[in-house]
Design a protein around this ligand. Structure first.
Ligand code: SAM
Length: 372
C-alpha cells in the first residue's frame, strides 16, 4: 500500500533530501520549503529512515482537511483509519503542533480534539469503552495552516539526526543532518581527502567518512515503525541488510581533523570509533594559525566558531583573518565554510565562488564555497 509521506529537513537542504528520497524509492516527490512530500510503501518508509542523511524524520500523512470549528476536527479525525497502525493496547501521543493564519488558533484545543477523534475511532473499531493504552506509543504531529489541518503519524521515533555515534559533544556541535547536507553540497566522493581545521566533536568528518564509505546514517539505530503491528519485520530486516551490504570494506577516502582543544580531539576520536569510521580519520590538536595542507587537492569543510555560540566577537574575527592567511594559498583545494558572520568574505580576504543560506539551528548562516 502506498502512503503519502512527508520528511522535514533543514531549510536549504531540500534538493539534497529530494535526491535521497528518490534513491530510497520515493515517488511523486514534491519539494516544499523545509520539507519533501512523496509517496511510498512500507519498504520506502524503512529505506528512507535508514538511508536519508538530511531528513529530520519520516511521517505518514494521515489526513489533510479544512476545519474552522473544533467539532470539524473531531469528526474528521474519527474518519482516519488509525486502527491500521494502532493496536488495541497502543498509546496515541498527540504532540503540540502549530496553528498559523487559521480560525482555530488554540494549539491545545486542536491537540485535544484530534486525540478525542482518534481515540473515539479506536474505541468504536475495537469495541471497547476504555482503551488500555499500555502498548507501543504512536506519535502524532499536526499543522493547522490557513484553516487546513494536516495530521501526520511519525515513523521515526527519536529524530533522525541522532545517529547513535555522538553521545557526547563539545560546546557548539553542528547538527548531523546539516553536516551531511554540507558534505553533499561539497560532493564528497570515496577518493577525496577532507580536512576540518575546527573539528570539535568531529561531526563533519564523520558524516563525510560515512558517506564515502557507504555507511547509512540509520544503520545502527532503531525506528518507531519497526514495532508497529502493521509493519512486517521482514521489510525492515531486508532494508537493514541492503544497507549493510552497501558498506565498503575499504575506500580511498581520508580525513584530517584539527582543533585547538585537546578534549575536542579526544571526542572526535571516540565518536569516529562509535560510527565505525575511525580508520579513515586522523586527528591532532592544532591551532588554526599553525595550519598547513596535509595533501594537495583536499576539500576543507568546516564550521569555525561564530560569536553567537563561542568566543567574543573580536577573537572570532581574528580567527577568520588567520583562516584567510593559512587557507587561501590553496592550490587546487576547495573550501566549504559555514558561518553566521556577515562580513566573513571581507575578513577572510576573498569573495566566494558561491554562497548559500543555511540555518544552523535558529542561527542564519551562509555556506561559502571556494572551488579548487
Ligand atoms: C563551532 S565549533 C565546531 C563544531 C564541530 N563542527 C562539531 O560538530 O562538533 C568550533 C571549534 O573550533 C575550535 N577552535 C576555536 N579556536 C580555534 C583555533 N584558534 N584553532 C583551532 N580550533 C579552534 C573550538 O575548540 C571548537 O571545537
Amino acid at each position: 500500500m502506498d502512503y503519502l509521506l512527508t520528511a522535514p529537513c533543514n531549510f536549504g537542504l531540500e534538493k539534497t533530501l529530494a535526491f535521497e528520497v528518490k534513491r530510497a524509492g520515493g515517488q511523486d516527490i514534491v519539494t516544499r520549503d523545509g520539507r519533501i512530500d512523496f509517496k511510498g510503501d512500507d519498504k520506502v518508509i524503512a529505506k528512507a529512515n535508514i538511508t536519508c542523511s538530511t531528513a529530520e524524520r519520516i511521517g505518514i500523512v494521515l489526513a489533510r482537511f479544512r476545519a474552522v470549528t473544533l467539532d470539524e476536527v473531531v469528526e474528521n479525525c474519527r474518519r482516519i483509519p488509525i486502527e491500521v497502525f494502532a493496536g488495541r493496547e497502543d498509546q496515541l501521543h498527540v504532540l503540540q503542533g502549530h496553528s498559523l493564519n487559521s480560525a482555530l488558533s488554540s494549539v491545545h484545543a486542536i491537540q485535544t480534539r484530534i486525540r478525542v477523534g482518534l481515540i473515539g475511532r479506536m474505541q468504536e473499531k475495537y469495541k471497547i469503552g476504555r482503551l488500555p493504552e499500555t502498548g507501543t506509543e504512536l506519535r502524532i504531529d499536526f499543522l493547522m495552516l490557513k484553516n487546513e489541518l494536516t495530521i501526520t503519524l511519525d515513523t521515526t521515533g527519536s529524530s533522525l539526526h541522532k545517529r547513535g555515534y555522538r553521545a557526547f559533544s563539545n560546546a557548539a556541535p553542528i547538527k548531523e543532518t546539516l553536516a551531511a547536507g554540507i558534505v553533499d553540497i561539497a560532493h564528497i566522493r570515496d577518493t577525496d581527502t577532507v580536512v576540518d581545521p575546527f573539528c570539535g566533536s568531529g561531526t563533519i568528518l564523520i558524516e563525510a567518512a560515512m558517506k564515502a564509505a557507504g555507511v547509512a546514517p540509520g544503520l545502527n539505530r532503531k525506528f518507531s515503525a519497526m514495532y508497529w503491528k502493521c509493519m512486517e519485520r521482514r521489510v525492515w530486516n531486508e532494508a537493514f541488510e541492503e544497507a549493510r551490504a552497501a558498506v565498503k570494506k575499504d575506500c580511498g577516502f581520508e580525513a584530517y581533523g584539527y582543533d585547538i582543544d585537546p578534549e575536542a580531539v579526544k571526542l572526535t576520536q571516540e565518536n569516529a570509533k562509535k560510527a565505525g569510521v575511525e580508520k579513515y580519520i586522523k586527528i591532532q590538536t592544532r591551532d588554526i594559525k599553525d595550519f598547513h595542507y596535509p595533501v594537495s587537492g583536499a576539500k576543507i569543510v568546516t564550521n569555525p566558531p561564530y560569536a553567537e555560540r563561542m568566543g567574543t566577537s573580536e577573537e572570532v574575527r581574528e580567527i577568520y583573518r588567520t583562516m584567510g592567511r593559512v587557507l587561501l594559498p590553496r592550490g587546487d583545494s576547495s573550501l566549504y565554510i559555514i558561518t553566521s558572520i556577515e562580513d566573513f568574505e571581507e575578513l577572510f580576504g576573498e569573495k566566494a565562488n558561491k554562497n548559500r543560506k543555511l540555518y544552523n539551528g535558529m542561527i542564519q548562516c551562509r555556506l561559502y564555497s571556494y572551488y579548487g
